[in-house]
Write a protein that binds this ligand. Structure first.
Ligand SMILES: [Zn+2]
Length: 117
């Protein structure tokens, strides 16, 4: 069985088995990471995993977990932030709305039509 050498920020160098390492490869390459629980201090250590580290860990027998970030999470948004008053106003509007789906359809006709099918 391969031995994987890593380092804990508190304890220094540690040796791990492939089963002790969690490798998460993200659709956004910069968000890929590997993690392990240090045997000595019990802290979870998490570090970024570039393509070279990913390949080394895979070669060492570490199983890969795939993480696909939804496209919505990567969208940039303009405009003011939603605050507590906005949420409260929306809750009050929902209480008196007779047909909220119809109101949403009026706002985003293409979207609502697809959802309604
Ligand atoms: Zn440690």
């Amino acid at each position: 069985m391969a031995t994987i050498k890593a380092s804990c920020p508190c304890c220094g160098d540690v040796e791990l088995t492939p089963a002790q390492v969690r490798l998460v490869v993200c659709s956004v390459a910069d968000w890929s990471y590997y993690a392990f629980t240090c045997d000595q201090c019990s802290d979870e250590v998490r570090k970024p995993a570039g393509s070279e580290v990913v390949n080394l860990l895979k070669t060492g027998g570490v199983k890969v977990e795939r993480w696909t970030v939804p496209a919505e999470a990567l969208e940039s948004h303009d405009g003011p932030l939603i605050d507590y008053d906005d949420v409260l106003d929306f809750a009050l509007w929902l209480e008196q709305a007779v047909n909220p789906v119809a109101a949403l359809t009026a706002l985003r006709p293409g979207r609502a039509a697809r959802v309604a099918r």
